[in-house]
Design a protein around this ligand. Structure first.
Ligand code: IVH
Length: 679
């Protein structure tokens, strides 16, 4: 390295660039409120990189250029924590939390209520960040609490980890403790990409965060969507911090750390219980996984008086939520046949309480998933149930595999109608080739036909469809309109009144619209939006039934695959007969206004992200589509607008990066109301 003398203006410029970039990072990652446009940021970063290349002495550990990842390590060095990193005691119900508060007050000899800090317990990896004179010196994992691993290179790549503290008056030595985690959205994207590339996917965001931090090659870590949230301090020298835990966190925030925006102060233990309840209800909507709430005595003086037992402080308690992952035994695998013949393996489990309910079935998706998991019947498996999502088998505990574990055999013939099961190359799904001969497909087709967004037949639930088909009273969708009162009342659990109600609902459903009718037919890949486009393009059913694949592809959003399914569907004599029978029974609609006037949002692509509060996602999507917009799942240069609710993450960032207009839910509602929707 040459030792050129650095001109002072270059030194000053480098310093200036440090400050600009540092502030921009803070605004972007910590305040979620970037001021510097991305292109501008990139230009300044490049300028600094060039300066540093010219004068390598300018490269400092806290330089904003040092986040991109460095040469791989052969192993991580050991780090001793001067102040041990403790764990937390757990409470699982209100009584245990009340008991904790009683112990705290007994020890303090206090009859008065104790004030607590309330923070979500993030499900990630505990980290210790050591700053000397405001510069990040070392980042270490918790390890066993006394000795951890030096993962500084990796942690540096995380945007929300300050490399240098903001503001003056920083302590000579400051050890910040916090959690590194992967937000749900980033996790989903990471796994999607991994799956597309045929790579291993991560079981949950925590494992993904841990795996990303454990990389010896920090350039890999740099590509992972990790976040830091600070929740405390360890070693502090050369300064006095505020006297309350929540004030210390505010101070950390001033110095450039992200802290949890849900943090609150509870005046007493009852307020803690209320907070736990409230956040439990909000848990699914949060953009990150949490597994409980941490309550900490807020007064640092009181914390000192309370001290520690074994490995946990007496002044803190984690009040856990019901676990979202549990182990259980895979008793058997059954194969279900869906509306389009898709054969789905379903795991039959030894019942287990997970995510707040007892689960005895979980989906195994398809053959590839069974292979990926390497699961066998008899295995102990980990089940995950988060929110209202269908329970999933996420991994196998191979060490617990019994000797008599059996391989899962994918059926070659439909378990319901014995028709051959077929797989299309390149498609993960295997399908029963029986079509409507297959009772299972028939049942699903009828359920879909009757569903709310299709013919909307009130009172015709899934159970009743099963019963009608099993009793031999119903063989096809058109058969619905031939059901008789005498037959219905014979059914178990069916009174005269509900039978009549069902007949009335059936009668009522005959008056429909062409888009609903097309959707109800259950043509593969024809969802509501496609049905609407088809209806608008052809105006009525006859021209659509005659259309060939080429003409079909002229319809908005219809590509060769959908065109093929539509044409194929209408060519089937069985489908033609069914349609004729339905019309004979009186099913009718008004022709659609063909093409019609240009819709206000036609040609535009919108993206919804984050939580919406007034509308559900599918409602918002429906409204936008009715205005002609296409609603896509990811943001790209082709996106015209993004609607972002609370918790929006990487999609929102991407939109900002690409300078795409962003609106919140209120603005969306205003726009929809202006366009004549009554919401
Ligand atoms: S305080 C002495 N606060 O939970 C107190 N921990 O078993 C030490 N965690 O591994 C921890 N969110 O990584 C604290 N807001 C929070 C937390 C939190 C998550 C993790 C932490 C530790 C574990 C404690």
């Amino acid at each position: 390295m040459t030792n050129k003398k650095i001109p002072s203006e270059k030194c000053e410029r480098a310093q200036e660039l440090h400050e600009i970039l540092q502030r921009a990072n803070y605004q972007y990652y910590v305040l979620d409120n970037p001021e510097l446009p991305d292109a501008e940021y990139d230009r300044r970063l490049r300028e600094l990189q060039e300066l540093e290349q010219e004068f390598p002495e300018l490269v400092t550990a806290d330089s904003p250029t040092q986040r991109v990842g460095a040469e791989p390590l052969s192993s991580f060095a050991e780090v001793r924590h001067e102040v041990p990193m403790l764990s937390l005691d757990n409470a699982f119900d209100d009584e245990e939390l009340l008991e904790f508060d009683r112990r705290v007050r007994d020890r303090l000899n206090s009859k008065e209520a104790v004030e607590y800090a309330c923070e979500p317990k993030l499900d990630g990896i505990a980290i210790s960040l050591l700053y000397r004179d405001g510069v990040l010196e070392r980042a270490a994992t918790r390890g066993d609490g006394t000795t951890g691993e030096d993962i500084t290179q990796n942690v540096r790549t995380i945007g929300s980890v300050p490399l240098r503290l903001l503001d003056n008056g920083v302590p000579e030595v400051l050890e910040v403790r916090g959690e590194i985690y992967m937000p749900k959205e980033g996790f989903a994207e990471l796994n999607k990409k991994a799956a597309e590339a045929g790579e291993k996917t991560f079981v949950n965001p925590r494992n993904a965060a841990a795996g990303s931090l454990r990389q010896l090659d920090s350039r890999i870590t740099a590509k992972r969507p990790l976040q830091l949230c600070a929740y405390g301090v360890g070693l502090v020298e050369g300064a006095t911090l505020p006297g309350k835990h929540t004030e210390i966190l505010q101070q950390l925030n001033q110095w450039g750390f992200r802290i949890n925006s849900e943090m609150a102060v509870a005046e007493n233990i009852q307020a803690c219980i209320d907070y736990h309840q409230k956040l439990g209800e909000k848990r699914e909507q949060l953009p990150y996984d949490i597994d409980g709430i941490v309550f900490k005595v807020n007064d640092i003086g009181l914390q000192r008086r309370l001290g520690f037992v074994a490995r946990a402080p007496r002044w803190a308690m984690a009040y856990k939520f019901p676990a979202q992952e549990e182990m259980t035994e895979l008793l058997d695998v059954e194969f279900q046949v869906g509306r389009t013949g898709a054969v789905t393996p379903v795991a039959r489990l030894k019942p287990v309480f997970v995510g707040g309910v007892t689960v005895s079935n979980a989906t195994l998706h398809n053959r590839d998933e069974i292979e990926r998991l390497g699961v066998k019947i008899g295995d102990t498996v980990v089940i995950r149930r988060a929110g209202d999502v269908i329970p999933q088998v996420v991994s196998v505990v191979e060490s617990k595999r019994p000797k008599n574990a059996r391989a899962i055999e994918f059926p070659t013939h439909c378990p319901v109608c014995a028709s051959p099961v077929e797989s299309t190359p390149g498609e993960a799904v295997a399908r029963c080739s029986g079509g409507l001969i297959c009772k299972a497909q028939r049942k699903q087709a009828i359920k879909h036909f009757a569903s709310r967004k299709a013919m909307d037949i009130d009172g015709l639930g899934d159970k009743l469809v099963e019963q009608l088909v099993d009793e031999g009273l119903l063989h096809s969708v058109s058969g619905l309109y031939h059901l008789k009162l005498e037959e219905l009342v014979e059914l178990e659990r069916m009174g005269q009144k509900s039978a009549q109600n069902l007949l009335d609902a059936l009668e009522h459903s005959k008056e429909t619209t062409l888009p609903k009718f097309l959707y109800a037919l259950g043509i593969r890949e024809v969802g509501e939006a496609t049905a609407r486009n088809l209806a608008r393009y052809y105006g009525d059913l006859e021209p659509l039934m005659q259309a060939d694949e080429e003409s079909l592809q002229e319809v908005e959003d219809v590509g060769p695959v959908v065109a093929h399914f539509v044409a194929e569907f209408f060519q089937q004599p069985h489908a033609q007969e069914e349609i004729e029978a339905l019309r004979q029974s009186g099913v009718h609609w008004e022709p659609e206004e063909q093409g019609g006037e240009e819709q206000p949002l036609s040609g535009q692509t919108w993206v919804l992200t984050g939580k919406l509060e007034t509308l559900s996602r599918s409602e918002a999507k429906d409204y936008l589509q009715r205005l002609g917009a296409k609603v896509a799942g990811s943001v790209s240069a082709n996106t015209d607008s993004v609607v972002a609710g609370p918790g929006a993450g990487s999609k929102l960032n991407k939109a900002r990066e690409l300078d795409i207009p962003v609106m919140d839910e209120d603005e969306l509602l205003t726009m929809l109301r202006e366009r004549g929707f009554e919401i």
